[in-house]
Structures are given as C-alpha cells and as structure tokens.
Design a protein around this ligand. Structure first.
Ligand SMILES: Nc1ncnc2c1ncn2[C@@H]1O[C@H](COP(=O)(O)OP(=O)(O)O)[C@@H](O)[C@H]1O
Ligand SMILES: [Mg+2]
Length: 218
C-alpha cells in the first residue's frame, strides 16, 4: 500500500547541464536506472525535444546549415519547444509524482544563446519567466569539464560537429556561463566534476540527488 506521503508527493525535477561531451547523456541513463531500481517512476527526457511537438521543433534546430538561424530565432524556437515539453511531458509527470530527468533545460539557453550567441539576458529572463514560471528544476547538475577534454570526448563519440567547429573561445564562454549559474543559484544548482571516471561521477550525482530529494521530502 502506498504511504500517505507518497500519495501527496509532488515529483522531483532534475536537469543535467553542461558543455558537449561532458557526460550528461551517459549519466542521465545511469541516474534513471538507479532511481527506477529504487522503485521510483522516472521520466527521462531531453532538450531540445522531449515531446512529439518539441521533437519536431528540434529538427529545425539541429538540421541544415549551422548558421541558418540567428541566435534570437534559436532562442525563440528553443522556448517554443520548451513550452510544449513542459506542458505535454514535464508538468503531467511531476503532477503524478514521477522523477523527471531532463538532459538539458533552460540553462542551456542562457549558456548557448546568451553567452554563446549574444542574446541579452533580459530577453532570456523574460522568456524563462513566461514559459517556465514556477516549474524550475528542483536540482540542476552542472557538468564541468575543461573545454579541450569535452571536445575530445565529443569528437571521439562522433555525431554533431556543429559545436565542435566553433572554436575554443566560444566553448570557454559557455563553460564560464555555467560556472556563473552554479555560483548564483547555490540552493538548486551544483557543480559536478565531470573529469572524473564515469563511476565516480555517477557516485557524486547519486549523493547529491539523494540529499536534495530527502530535503524536499520527495
Ligand atoms: N566520466 C567519463 N570519462 C570518460 N569518458 C566519458 C565519461 N562520461 C562519458 N564519457 C564518454 O564521453 C562521450 C560523451 O559523453 P556523453 O554522455 O554523450 O556527453 P554529453 O551528453 O554531455 O554530450 C561518450 O563517448 C561517453 O562514453
Ligand atoms: Mg548528450
């Protein structure tokens, strides 16, 4: 029988953030598996995408010429996708008590379209307030890794070359933006040393998640 507490629980919302090759996708799978093994319902999702409509918008963002969209168009498409992702996938899952793990969320817009692309913070903050509102992640894990190490991992993995072609200065701006987010949002964002082994990163994450869920009563 479910406890009264379980019936009342709102879910728990976790975002994984950081640069290319930092290990977000690898660790999101591991975290989902360990929470499921502990008996939780887990919705593992990603951005851009995470709902049928948002996956359609994703195709606009990740196919074609990398210079196809201005940074502001990109930000608007990202937020259009995020609105659908929240409405169709994230909010219903949290309402039924699931743990939602998203591989990237709104901090990626701040890093990539903001610090990387030059979209002003007030524009991104307004979109974020309008679209995300109160449904910010309970915990954001920011994967931090030296730029060269991340690019080497991403290159070894293969796949999307559009970011790897941007140069080290661009990637350093992204890293600095993520470090600034972690410094500013101390209550809900934690830095994860992503240069460690996969097993060590997984261990650091499970401790952080367990602590944060216990504190939230989730
Ligand atoms: N801690 C780690 N140490 C070494 N290699 C890793 C580690 N975590 C992931 N990798 C490898 O690095 C590559 C990028 O990992 P991935 O999870 O796809 O990163 P992201 O989703 O952040 O871009 C993959 O080939 C993955 O197997
Ligand atoms: Mg990934």
């Amino acid at each position: 029988m479910r406890s009264r507490r379980a019936e009342m629980a709102r879910g728990f919302f976790i975002a994984l953030e950081g640069g290319e090759g930092a290990g977000k996708s690898t660790q999101s799978l591991r975290l989902a598996a360990s929470l499921r093994a502990a008996g939780r319902e887990v919705v593992l999702t990603r951005e851009p995408g995470g709902s049928p409509g948002a996956e359609d918008i994703r195709k606009l963002l990740v196919t074609g010429d990398a210079a196809r969209w201005s940074p502001l168009t990109e930000a608007l498409l990202m937020y259009a996708a995020r609105e659908d992702h929240l409405n169709v996938t994230i909010r219903p899952a949290l309402a039924r008590g699931a743990v939602v793990i998203t591989d990237r969320f709104a901090d990626s817009s701040e890093a990539y379209q903001g610090a990387g692309g030059g979209v002003p913070p007030e524009v991104l903050n307004a979109l974020r307030a309008m679209v995300v509102g109160r449904d910010e992640p309970d915990l954001t894990l920011i994967f931090d890794l030296p730029v060269e190490a991340g690019l080497a991992r991403a290159a070894a993995r293969g796949g999307d070359a559009r970011f790897e072609s941007k140069g080290a200065g661009y990637h350093q701006r992204l890293r600095d933006a993520y470090l600034a987010i972690a410094a500013r949002r101390k209550e809900t964002a934690v830095l994860i040393d992503a240069a460690q082994s996969e097993a060590a990163v997984a261990e650091a994450i499970s401790q952080r998640v367990a602590d944060a869920m216990a504190r939230a009563g989730a």
